[in-house]
Design a protein around this ligand. Sequence first.
Ligand code: HEM
Length: 119
Amino acid sequence: METLRHIVLFVHLIGFAVLFGAWAVQAFGGKREFTRLMSIGMTLAAVAGLALAAPWGLPEGAELNYAKIGTKLVVLLAIGALLGIGTSKQRKSGAVPAAMFWLVGILTALNAGIAAIWR
Ligand code: HEM
């Protein structure tokens, strides 16, 4: 079970990498718009993150930090809303508002920071 949990964590990290990588490509040198790859990465990170939020496959005595997990969930919901609303604006007007675009990158980095630093 512990190995399976590590595999799910691996999938979670791939999702994060795809979301942040796809965003970084557009932010630095690309066209500042949302792409399908960002939504795919977010969905992967979300599904694997929710699986990791349940207490299974943990070493003896280890506990989950639910305040941290809850905060990450709220941040993820904000990223999802921005991607959803931004993508529909982009379809209608051809561009995503700059603030929405930058917020997706900042909030994704924030969630990775929370994951790594908050113990
Ligand atoms: C875009 C959104 C997200 C990003 C960028 C992200 C990033 C990360 C990263 C980098 C790690 C590895 C850190 C470590 O192992 O110490 C991690 C672990 C983890 N994430 Fe996420 N995550 C996101 C969303 C979520 C969500 C929505 C949940 C649950 C509701 C979640 C739950 C977890 C759990 C339980 C771990 C295992 C390690 C720990 O307890 O900190 N994550 N995440």
